[in-house]
Ligand binder design. Structure first.
Ligand code: 1PZ
Length: 211
C-alpha cells in the first residue's frame, strides 16, 4: 500500500493552480491529477483502468505544454483562446482535431467535480459511513451521465473494492483522522474554486459538450 502519495501534495498543487488574476495554470492542474493517480494506483488493480485513462489525458496535456505552441498552454484561459482562434477544437465527432486540449481538459474537469463531491462527503463522514457508497453517490451525481453503461458498470465494480473509511484515511497519509479532515477542509474550497472558474469559462465559450 505504501507509495509517495500524501494529501498535502494535492493541497499544495491546487494552491499553486491559480494566478493572481484567477487564471488556472495547466502545469499545476495536471500535477494535481498526477498526485491523484499515484493515490489511485495504491488502491489496487481494478482502479488501473481508471488511472490509465487519467494518465493518457494528462499526457495529452503535457505534450501540448511541451510542444512548439507550449506558451499558449500556460493557462486554461490562454489555451481556450488559442485553440478557438486557430480552429483547433472539434465541435462534432467527425472533425480533424479529436484530441484538442479543450476536450481533453473537459474530461478532467468533469472528473474534478466527482473529486470535489467525494472529498466533501469524506470530510463530513462519520465512523459508520462507507467509502464505496460515498464514492458511488459522488459518481452518480457527476461523471456517470457522461459514461457508457459498460464504463459505469466497471467503475461501480471498482468502487465496491474500496478500503473502508479508516484504511482510506490511512492511505491519504496525512496524519490522524482529525488532521486529514482539517486538510480536506483546506482542499475542497480550492478544488471548488478551480472547478467553478473552468465551468464558467467553458460555459461562456460553449465548450461544455465537446465530443
Ligand atoms: C478513489 C476512487 C477512485 C474512483 C474514481 C472515480 C471515477 C471513475 C471514472 C471511471 C472512468 C474510467 C474509464 C475511462 C473513461 C473515459 O471514457 C472517459 C471519457 O473520456 P473519452 O472516452 O471521451 O476520451 N474519461 C473520463 O471520464 C476521465 C476519467 C478520469 C478519472 C480520474 C479519477 C481520478 C480519481 C482520483 C482518486 C482520488
Amino acid at each position: 500500500m505504501a507509495g509517495s502519495f500524501n494529501l498535502q501534495n494535492v493541497v499544495d498543487t491546487y494552491k499553486s493552480c491559480l494566478s493572481e488574476n484567477k487564471e488556472i495554470y495547466i502545469k499545476y492542474y495536471i500535477a494535481g491529477w498526477r498526485e491523484l493517480v499515484s493515490f489511485m494506483n495504491s488502491l489496487g488493480s481494478l482502479f488501473s483502468f481508471i488511472s490509465k485513462d487519467a494518465v493518457s489525458k494528462i499526457q495529452i496535456m503535457e505534450t501540448f505544454l511541451m510542444g512548439e505552441n507550449g506558451a499558449h498552454y500556460l493557462t486554461v484561459q490562454s489555451m481556450v483562446k488559442f485553440e478557438l482562434n486557430n480552429k483547433l477544437v472539434d465541435f462534432t465527432q467527425s472533425g480533424s482535431h479529436p484530441e484538442s486540449g479543450c476536450r481533453t481538459l473537459l474530461r478532467l474537469h468533469r472528473a474534478l467535480r466527482w473529486l470535489q463531491l467525494f472529498l466533501e462527503s469524506l470530510r463530513t463522514s462519520t465512523e459508520d459511513s462507507k467509502t464505496s457508497i460515498m464514492c458511488s453517490e459522488a459518481y452518480n451525481e457527476s461523471l456517470a451521465q457522461y459514461h457508457s453503461w459498460f464504463i459505469q458498470t466497471a467503475a461501480r465494480l471498482a468502487f465496491r473494492t474500496l478500503p473502508g473509511r479508516d484504511a482510506f484515511f490511512e492511505v491519504m497519509n496525512a496524519g490522524s483522522q482529525q488532521q486529514v479532515v482539517a486538510m480536506l477542509g483546506e482542499a475542497t474550497p480550492l478544488i471548488s474554486e478551480v472547478h467553478q472558474i473552468t465551468e464558467d469559462l467553458y460555459a461562456k465559450n460553449k465548450l461544455l459538450e465537446l465530443p
